[in-house]
Write a protein that binds this ligand. Sequence first.
Ligand SMILES: O=C[C@H](O)[C@H](O)[C@H](O)COP(=O)(O)O
Length: 236
Amino acid sequence: MSAEIDPVKLMKQEVGKAAAALVESGTIVGLGTGSTTAYAIQYIGDRLKSGEIKDIVGIPTSFQAEVLAKEYGIPLTTLDAVDHIDIAIDGADEVDPNKNLIKGGGAAHTREKVVDALANKFVVVVDSGKLVERLGSTFKLPVEVIPMAITPVMRAIAKLGGKPELRMGIRKAGPVITDQGNMVVDVTFDSIDNPAELEKTLNNIPGVLENGLFVGVTDVVLVGEVKDGKPLVYEM
Ligand SMILES: O=C[C@H](O)[C@H](O)[C@H](O)COP(=O)(O)O
């Protein structure tokens, strides 16, 4: 009897492989965070190992991406050592029809925004369950906040009409702590009508480091889908 293959895992694998195929020899590659990008990192490593591509360097967007890149043999560098990024590959929690995103489900959105926004080509990898008509409809908006400002920031967000919740750790007592040593507030908004404006408004609250709205940054969205039991990838 053959074991059931998880369709979501299959979509993530296929879309990760499709994104990894876009990486060319001699390029600087932004390495995103999350379970979908993890497959892209794995396949980039496979292509390097097989000699299909050579001379690439990665810029990780998180501790997780750094660990995976090392595991799969991708040499790493930092933003201090390069003057551009050719391509960045990263996941998302929601994608709207204008290719705007909510990111930060893994609390990595601050570094991701730095790297993804610098890339000449920013490729988003998602399974079809992440596509939404309106941002905020299925996922709470992550906001990274410096710890001493957590109470006033939550108050300010509530005044904007959001319902903020401090993100708590799983198998760790207390709040989630980001790679920068900060906390994350997940905010429910009844409706995000103007993502560009909300992105700026939230970042303007003293104590907010960065929020998970990525507006006007994406170049390509690769979507993984399973149809009749078979995985397929298309560009949105
Ligand atoms: O902070 C995490 C990132 O923004 C991820 O790229 C995002 O949460 C999507 O992750 P996944 O591919 O695991 O759904």
